[in-house]
Design a protein around this ligand. Structure first.
Ligand code: PMP
Length: 709
């Protein structure tokens, strides 16, 4: 592997090279030695840069370099790469003439802007080489961090200081090498350090030279080389600050995978270990070239002396230190406790990841999510997460500018709701209901509201009054009439609006029937009010009866509100209504919500609609929900008083609230998450992502049966 590093570099003088350039290429003037590790490099006036290769160099490697340069320039013609102009052979040495690039060598103290741009340029180069292949790229170079374990054979040259390098290599072998086969790999430049670029007067890269270390390896190893170079000459804190800015620049063009971020800090340390080790070995062998060889040693040693693997990884990979659940719960209580709702379950669920119908806790335990309706297409659905990430990279702004995703979303929603023609995009179900309430009150000139007994519609001041589920004892807003789950509305004062969640979720999951809901709508209109179908909870296919339950019930509401599952967890919500109503709303044309319908929110919502369609989740919800209720009923347990619901919204009424509480906690201990609802909190609420499938039903029902005994 070390053959070229071991063989003596060529030893031509500047005069030799000036003469040679004239002879071989018919060009040139004075030559000046630029220094090199294993070759010789000269600047020859009026010709370019002349590189005389080591006689031991395999010609295939030089072909690889030339081909890589040409390929990268085809992929990204604006990259400032020095082209190879000519090539000839002289006394067994390949002599190549390269384009002379503008700028000068500089650094390591670049401005933050230059550091960021360095990362960006590097990422462009890496991307430009992504599709490149050459058989010689499989060569083994000691500088390639893939082979860092081989550095051990040279540690003897470090004397005492090998104690600073050995632990870095130990960690590399334990933590990085096993992951190597799974890291994204490609042909890379291999040595994007400051010595191989030219900089303009602002420190921005104006030339990329020396593909002499290009090979096929992990892309993040190539990045580590650049990062180590940019960290040089800075105090540790500032070095990491600069490193993070460079990584930002890199990721603006070539986002890293988590696995790459995880190993980056260790690779940076390994690169520094490689610099000092190879340098010590080669200095012993070629003392006359010591100045060139040792140029980066001091800075590398200074950083290696401050090496702390966990801290470096935290600084560079953003890894969070794991916090014990008890301590975290204590901090939650201390920092946010008073207003925020309590944690669910006696033993808090400390979640770190979600995947499909599973939530994964801090101990890596998988909990079956039978509770959360927001991740309607499953936790972390790739279509949705990618839509969010891609749009975030491209553009995120607000609805005072014209952009397509918002309009497309509005049109897609309207197409599912015949009779409605106007959409307002907001950020939460509460905000949607608040806007609906303002429209209703503004248009009717009334302030009376009708809701079900134990309804929940949201958290704003106006909507909290319409959410008796959360009312403190004795709180009774005078303008609000509560009706039972049978939806019977007696004579009432003039109304602004009736809000109905047709699943009657917080009333204990007692889905409305068409007849009762239609009668309520009629009674609302008779009282001069508007009817709001709150589909925040029951919409998006949960009912298994089309996307929207109000349509299944044959209602023609004046307003429809959407939220929760709409962005699969990304905040996005909507109010849909008729233009004719909005035009009578005194605040028409002035309602704006900064984040409402932003491009990212809109893309998330579009992706959710697509996935629900592609995966046929509405029909699936109907089938699996039906099976779930049937299987729970078949448990035949005396504590189960009723099993009811629609689609993937199921309520299991138990004999006492204490029993419900106990069952919920036992299920949680058993790795199954469900909730509780109803005026007496005696109803199990089972409301999973719509991808919940038959095996999940069996798991849940088995656990439920066990928890009841
Ligand atoms: N309406 C209904 C029927 C809801 O279930 C909820 C939330 N549970 C809301 C409105 C309020 O939505 P958000 O929490 O997004 O404000």
């Amino acid at each position: 592997m070390a053959s070229v590093l071991e063989s003596t570099p060529p030893r031509f003088t500047a005069d030799d090279v000036a003469a040679l350039t004239a002879e071989l290429f018919g060009l040139g003037g004075d030559a000046r030695d630029l220094g090199s590790e294993r070759d010789q490099t000269f600047l020859v006036e009026a010709a370019g840069v002349v590189k005389i290769s080591n006689a031991a160099e395999n010609p295939a490697n030089l072909e690889l370099e030339a081909a890589a340069i040409e390929y990268a320039l085809r992929a990204d013609p604006d990259l400032p790469i020095a082209r190879q102009l000519r090539s000839a052979t002289h006394q067994g040495h390949v002599v190549r003439l390269f384009e002379r690039m503008p700028g000068r060598h500089g650094g390591p103290h670049l401005s933050d802007a230059a550091v960021r741009a360095y990362g960006t340029t590097h990422a462009r180069l890496a991307r430009a080489l992504r599709g490149f292949f050459h058989p010689a790229a499989g060569r083994e170079l000691l500088w390639d961090l893939k082979h860092a374990a081989e550095l051990r054979q040279h540690l003897e040259h470090l004397g005492d200081r090998r104690r600073l390098v050995e632990p870095v290599l130990d960690r590399y072998e334990e933590q990085v090498a096993p992951l190597w086969p799974a890291l994204p790999a490609q042909v890379v430049h291999g040595d994007m350090n400051l010595g191989n670029v030219l900089l303009d007067e602002h420190g921005f890269v104006s030339g990329i030279v020396d593909f002499g270390d290009s090979c096929h390896t992990a892309a993040v190893a190539d990045l580590a080389v650049a990062i180590a170079s940019l960290m040089r000459g800075r105090a540790v804190d500032d070095a990491f600050r600069a490193a993070r800015i460079a990584v930002d620049g890199y990721q603006s063009r070539a986002p890293l995978e988590q696995a790459e971020l995880d190993v980056l800090a260790d690779l940076v340390a390994t690169r520094m270990a490689a610099i000092v080790t190879i340098s010590a070995w080669r200095t012993a062998r070629y003392p006359e070239n010591a100045a060139y060889i040792q140029a980066e040693d001091a800075d590398s040693w200074a950083l290696l002396e401050r090496w702390d693997p966990e801290q470096w990884r935290h600084e560079l990979g953003g890894a969070r230190l794991t916090v014990p659940t008890d301590a975290l719960a204590g901090r939650r209580e201390a920092a946010v406790g008073a207003l925020l709702t309590n944690l669910t379950y006696d033993e808090p669920v400390h979640v770190v990841r979600g995947e499909g119908v599973w939530l994964i806790d801090d101990a890596g335990r998988r909990l079956l999510d039978g509770y959360n309706n927001v991740p309607v297409v499953g936790h972390g659905h790739p279509r949705v997460t990618e839509a969010i990430v891609r749009q975030t990279r491209t553009l995120n702004t607000h609805a005072r500018y014209l952009y397509e995703p918002l309009i497309e979303l509005a049109e897609r929603l309207l197409a599912t709701m015949p009779g409605l023609d106007t959409v307002m995009l907001v950020n939460s179900g509460s905000e949607a209901n608040d806007v609906a309430w303002r429209i209703a009150a503004g248009v009717t000139g009334h302030d009376g509201a009708v809701i079900t007994e134990h309804a929940y519609h949201g958290v704003t001041a106006a909507i909290a009054d319409l959410s008796p589920e959360e009312w403190p004892p004795g709180y009774v807003p005078p303008h609000v009439t509560r009706i039972p789950p049978t939806l019977e509305l007696g004579p009432t004062a003039p109304l602004a609006a009736t809000f109905l969640d047709a699943g009657l979720t917080s009333d204990g999951i007692r889905p409305a029937t068409a007849e009762r809901a239609q009668a309520l709508l009629q009674a609302t209109h008779d009282a001069g009010g508007l009817f709001v179908a709150d589909e925040v909870q029951i919409g998006y296919g949960r009912s298994g009866e089309g996307l929207w339950m109000y349509r299944h019930l044959g209602l023609e509401p004046d307003l429809v509100t959407l939220g929760k599952p709409m962005g699969n967890g990304y905040p996005v919500a909507a109010v849909l209504t008729r233009r004719e109503l909005v035009e009578r709303f005194p605040f028409a044309g002035t309602v704006f919500s900064t984040f409402g319908g932003n491009p990212v929110a809109a893309q998330a919502a579009l992706a959710v609609l697509d996935v629900i369609e592609d995966e046929r989740l509405v029909a699936h919800a109907k089938h699996v929900g039906g099976l779930l209720r049937e299987r729970i009923r078949s448990l035949g347990h005396p504590a189960i008083r009723d099993v009811r619901g629609i689609g993937l919204l199921t309520g299991v009424e138990l004999d006492t609230p204490e029993r419900a509480r106990d069952v919920v906690n036992r299920l949680r201990a058993d790795g199954v998450l469900v909730g509780r609802t109803g005026p007496r909190d005696d109803v199990l609420k089972i409301r999973p992502p719509l991808i919940f499938d038959e095996p999940h039903v069996e798991l849940l029902v088995a656990a439920l049966g066990a928890s009841l005994h």
